[in-house]
Design a protein around this ligand. Structure first.
Ligand SMILES: [Zn+2]
Ligand SMILES: [Zn+2]
Ligand SMILES: [Zn+2]
Ligand SMILES: [Zn+2]
Ligand SMILES: [Zn+2]
Ligand SMILES: [Zn+2]
Ligand SMILES: [Zn+2]
Ligand SMILES: [Zn+2]
Length: 296
């Protein structure tokens, strides 16, 4: 019997639940049994050798969610009191061209209070494990962003500085307090700090960069824009930052080569002191610098 209790308490959910109820003053074995009855279906006899806590937590894994997230719950949007798969599903529906312009809105993500378990349908306050059936509603869970995601290959992490969850692995990024954003550790000792660098819209497509889910490039001037938008700009032979007009990459080699060509081909007397513009040559690659946003 003592061994049975140890088995139960190894399941993280059961252990946590038992720890939350010390006031019952029951010993460990009794507490574990109370929870096993609460979590297991009553019509089935409970065999601890077969049904582990992990099995219960994993129930329905990979079978629920939307195009944005694999998760085992839906959210109740506090703004319109409607139920959606995730906040992106809400925002897409509520900002579509079919919605009256005055009624369009994004969900205030930090204010989401209620979620609905996809397995048993129980509506409850935001938490990782369903209060009714005990299933884990998202292997990655952030209680501050109300984010659930079963796909942990994204390596989600919550950045306190940013106040939101990001993806790409905490070990690969650092938060710069001046830029007020996370950057790749590749840029740790050398990135041009620009106050609130990420807190503006991409100058090409106007998406808010701080919350974008696409890759962002930091230009040499410290300004930022989507990598894809920058690539598109370069395809059109635009190599100047749209915000400050400085070169978006190291052009010194290009200037050097041009200088050498100029020196090697002296101007005929007739054309000396006349000025012309040279087209720019191909610039070197830029570093990708910001993790994509992993918000719910
Ligand atoms: Zn809404
Ligand atoms: Zn969605
Ligand atoms: Zn449930
Ligand atoms: Zn978070
Ligand atoms: Zn950050
Ligand atoms: Zn910085
Ligand atoms: Zn863009
Ligand atoms: Zn710039």
């Amino acid at each position: 019997m003592a061994e049975l209790a140890v088995n139960y308490s190894q399941a993280p959910h059961l252990e946590a639940s038992a720890l939350q109820t010390p006031s019952t003053e029951q010993n460990n074995i009794e507490a574990a049994e109370t929870y096993s009855q609460h979590l297991m279906p009553t019509e089935e006899s409970f065999d601890p050798a077969k049904s582990t806590g992990t099995e219960l937590l994993d129930k329905g894994f990979g079978q629920h969610g939307c195009s944005h997230y694999q998760r085992r719950c839906r959210i109740r949007a506090p703004c319109c009191d409607e139920v959606f798969d995730c906040r992106h599903c809400h925002n897409e529906a509520k900002n579509s061209i079919h919605v009256d312009q005055k009624l369009r809105h994004d969900v205030p993500r930090h204010q989401i209070k209620q979620v609905i378990c996809s397995l048993c349908g129980t509506e409850q306050e935001v938490r990782q494990n369903c209060v009714n059936c005990g299933v884990c509603m998202g292997r990655y869970f952030c209680g501050s962003c109300n984010l659930y995601d079963d796909d942990t290959s994204k390596k989600q992490y919550h950045c306190d500085g940013c106040g939101i969850c990001r993806i790409g692995g905490q070990e690969n990024f650092f938060h710069c307090n001046k830029c007020r954003c996370c950057f790749s550790t590749l840029l740790k000792d050398d990135h041009p700090c620009v106050e609130g660098a990420m807190h503006h819209d991409c100058p090409v497509c106007f998406e808010y960069l701080f919350e974008t889910r696409n890759d962002v490039s930091v230009m040499r001037c410290g300004h930022t824009m989507h990598r894809s938008c920058l690539d598109e700009m370069k395809e059109h032979s635009q190599y100047a930052c749209p915000l400050c007009c400085k070169s978006v990459c190291d052009m010194s080699k290009v200037w050097e080569r041009l200088d050498m060509e100029v020196a090697a081909t002296p101007m005929p007397e007739n054309y000396r002191n006349k000025m012309v513009r040279f087209p720019f040559l191909h610039p070197p690659q830029l570093k990708v610098a910001k993790p994509r946003c992993a918000r719910n």
